[in-house]
Design a protein around this ligand. Structure first.
Ligand SMILES: CCCC/C=C\CC(=O)SCCNC(=O)CCNC(=O)[C@H](O)C(C)(C)COP(=O)(O)OP(=O)(O)OC[C@H]1O[C@@H](n2cnc3c(N)ncnc32)[C@H](O)[C@@H]1OP(=O)(O)O
Length: 287
């Protein structure tokens, strides 16, 4: 009960979340027969109160609408459980995520595409705007959208010999604002612009040098242990003041997206349906 009070969101952020949620309640595509609890696993460690959120869509954890929805539900669960912290990771041994499922983008149905982006926005509000401490245990390659979710966290440990970055430029996709704001919250504006306009995929050494990750790990269990050690740093910090401060740092970005959610979605649809991007997707899929 006490913990619930400590971790409650500031009122203005509740408003942002309400605006955000209302926007997607209209026109939702109904997806049936999906076991969302299996696509993203949520496990809470009783000893330290940390939740582990594990992406579980082999072979490469590509984000289709269903995986995105499962992540959104998992983040709700973490919030509801009043977890003391959260570690985002993947079940696949050497891959965190391949990013968006190209099959979701190629010759996409516009209505489903809009819903896809709307759910991504939700995930962003929930993860980037979370009050509890967050860490990403990057156990392998993480190009594109998976990198975006890892960057929403407060800390990243990545196993050596993996690559990470938001590579959309290589496919002819312009990068939407939530991704820009999120990367800019981790590295400088100059480095963000450079990374996103070149679609750079950073080696672990280069990612560490530029500040995209905080530590290099020897393997997945080392990455996970490093994430736990990061979360432990907040053990003696009162959570409510910590949460408010984190939210205040990130608030401007979220207010801007909440106020321009429709425009952000229109931009995403335009970016994905543009002929240059569509021919990259076709080439990827061997069409
Ligand atoms: C406006 C949007 C903002 C822009 C930002 C991001 C958008 C995106 O996220 S677009 C997606 C970008 N992602 C990529 O370009 C990554 C491409 N994939 C890879 O580099 C490798 O697959 C990876 C390093 C992740 C893993 O390599 P391997 O372990 O060698 O596996 P395979 O390459 O053999 O892949 C296995 C299997 O999965 C299929 N696959 C891989 N990625 C995707 C994907 N993004 N979408 C759909 N399918 C994907 C791949 O084709 C293989 O399929 P099969 O040949 O049928 O086995």
């Amino acid at each position: 009960m006490l913990l619930r009070q400590f971790t409650r969101a500031p009122n203005n952020m509740n408003l942002i979340r309400r605006i955000a949620t209302n926007a997607i309640l209209k026109n939702q595509t109904v997806t049936t027969n999906i076991d969302y609890n299996q696509l993203v696993l949520v496990d809470v460690n009783d000893k330290n109160g940390y939740a582990t959120v594990t992406l579980n869509r082999p072979p490469v954890n590509s984000f289709n609408l269903e995986l995105m929805m499962a992540l959104s539900r998992a983040l709700d669960q973490v919030e509801r459980n009043n977890s003391r912290g959260m570690i985002l990771t993947s079940i696949i041994p050497n891959i965190f995520s391949t990013g968006f499922d190209i099959r979701e983008l190629y010759q996409a149905d516009e209505r489903r595409l809009r819903e896809f982006w709307s759910v991504l926005q939700d995930c962003w509000f929930k993860l980037y705007g979370s009050t509890y401490p967050t860490a990403a245990s990057i156990n392998g390659h993480n190009p594109a959208a998976g990198c975006f979710f890892a960057l929403c966290c407060e800390y990243r440990a990545m196993v050596r010999n993996s690559k990470l970055g938001i590579s959309g430029a290589r496919l002819g996709i312009s990068i939407p604002l939530p991704m820009i704001y999120t990367m800019r919250s981790v590295i400088s504006t100059r480095q963000t612009e450079l990374a996103l306009t070149t679609g750079t995929l950073f080696t672990s050494d280069d990612a560490l040098k530029v500040g995209l990750i905080d530590d290099i790990a020897t393997d997945r269990s080392d990455a996970f242990a490093k994430c736990e050690a990061f979360l432990d740093r907040f053990k003696d910090i009162p959570p409510v003041s910590r949460g408010y401060t984190k939210r205040s740092v990130r608030q401007k970005d979220m207010e801007e997206i909440a106020a321009n959610r429709q425009r952000d979605t229109d931009e995403f649809v335009r970016a994905v349906l543009n002929p240059e991007a569509q021919s990259s997707f076709a080439a990827f899929l061997g069409k």
